[in-house]
Design a protein around this ligand. Sequence first.
Ligand code: ADP
Ligand code: MG
Length: 680
Amino acid sequence: MLYNECISVVKGIGEKTQKIFNKMEIYTVGDLLEYYPRNYDIYKTIVPINTVRQDETITIEGFISDSIQLKKVRNLAILSCRIQDSTDSIKVMWFNMPYLKNQIKLGARVILRGNVSRKNGMLTMVQPKILSKEEYYKTLNIMNPIYSLTSGISNQTILKAVRSIIDEVEFNNEYLPFKFRKKYDLIEYKKAVKNIHFPKNKEDLIEARHRLVFDEFFMFILALAKLKEDKTIAVNNFNINNGNKIKDEFIKKLPYTLTGAQLRTIEEVIKDLESNKSMNRLIQGDVGSGKTVVSAIALLIVALSGYQGVVMVPTEVLAKQHYESLKEFYKDYDINVGLLVGSMTAKEKREMYASIKANEVDIIVGTHALIQEKVEYNNLALVVTDEQHRFGVKQRENLAGRGNGTHVLVMSATPIPRTLAIILYGDLDISIIDELPSNRLPIKNCVVDNSYRKTAYNFITKEISAGRQAYVICPMVEESEAIEAENVTDYAKSLEMELPPFINVGVLHGKMKAKEKQEVMQDFFENKTQVLVSTTVVEVGVNVPNATVMMIENAERFGLAQLHQLRGRVGRGKHQSYCIMISDHQSEDTKKRLEIMNKSNDGFYIASEDMKLRGPGDLFGIRQSGDISFKISDIFTDAHVLKQANDAIKEASDKELEEIISNNAWIDNKLKKYVGHTTL
Ligand code: ADP
Ligand code: MG
């Protein structure tokens, strides 16, 4: 079997499964092999029920001690019972498996393996597998891969497919010369792929992962280097030379004075804009450091010089927000700002395309809709991407390619140390906004348990009575988006009952349509709703400076990067702000992590402490929560491998690199895909 053969050759993959795989971007045998597990279940021995903790996958044995109940909630069939052993008992729940009712009987002895979570405050085993004695012993201590799933496909299906081909495939894509494998202690590619799916022990896994992380960084850096090579000649003929004058006039009218770091950054940007070499600049600044106004000045300069500028953001909510704030910034200027987002009607879009082409709009704010083929810019001089980790490098390139030497400005709040940033953003110059506006009061934090919730609600009421607003974040629910939506809606309902009647509560979750989200956000902007109950949808970039309380339920479920982003939604104005992290989880690790949040509001400090806590070699700690997502690597805990890959590329002679790239269609393909597909 060949690496690039279609997956339809794999035993057991029929037409239907193939379609689902294709949706997951798995087309070839190689794609399937490169679909790495996101984690592993190590099936351990049976534990006593009184030692069971939240968020653990465990095996228990006991008898069914309570009547078995089948309940229907909307379109969900929920089957529940209790399991008792000699130490304690625990509730067990299955979703949409009503046929189990005939399999489990009151008083029967069962072995169950599954994840424990908290439902209505009670430890509950959710959707466990029922094991026979034989199955139990056969799987003991085995590391079982857990793959990311999409609807219609089970872990078992992926596992079986991978297992059936892993020894059949001809690997002929070892690209890395022995010299480098030896120096950086890297195992062969083939062995790494085999062991990442089916490691016999932790050492196997660490070795395999090291090699694959190295590959990922190696190819990423190589791809960036190629990009840079192609770009060094990018020049422009834009006639921009009034930058400083425009800036000075604009900032005179601002209701605040800019920080030193903002001023320094704007000056760097102006220098770039006025040069005939095209700008490629990253602005890195913590949440709330005031990146938007910097981009607004750059766009103003471009527009007043007679050119177009675009701002690309990852969500429609953010697009609308930027659109409104730019209009406000430019209200004294003769500048037209346009909005272009996916949820607009075909007619609205057509009209916007026409206005853009006819140069009737100067600045266009939008989402992915901006890079659609149909958009023809009139004289595009500047592309700004905000919270850029959501966009591929290629998308940025695509937009820049619409103009002639278009300037590119990228803004990010991800706190990467400079040495790493230089490697990861190899094609960009870097400006850092390392200072918060001086009118800011540091956010006051607290980490508390469930018993504090009532006090927190009273506190929120007090803040709202003083004119402020609050966010409440519910955690994600793993089972499904539908349950998640229900969860958030229920929470909001009961919260509304707890709070006095003059307080209006809004709800925001991932299942809502773009238009609905827009309306909910608009109501919150306008203070028509005072509390916004939300999932992490609200995480990126939202700016409502009047909001002063961020309350996070189940704070232990979030990664530190995510908590920091969430907290960054408050403390954006002159009022004292607060972050209340609620957590009943008592593990040492959680305590330490939340303590870091409690102690500091500084994104760089948090990232570095987080890394110390997780340490290099932490296998799968952060991928679900970080901003920058590689397929398998973590830029923070794998920083040493990033350096290794960078060193290897520096050490390799041009001839060696040439040899690595040519003669290898596989890697060539990867490089092309890489620049397009990375979410960096
Ligand atoms: P971010 O860097 O997270 O994108 P924003 O640009 O949204 O932050 O700015 C956050 C808030 O701070 C906004 O309400 C903005 O008006 C305000 N702001 C920006 N710069 C200053 C400043 N120098 N002084 C006071 N407030 C500022
Ligand atoms: Mg922002």
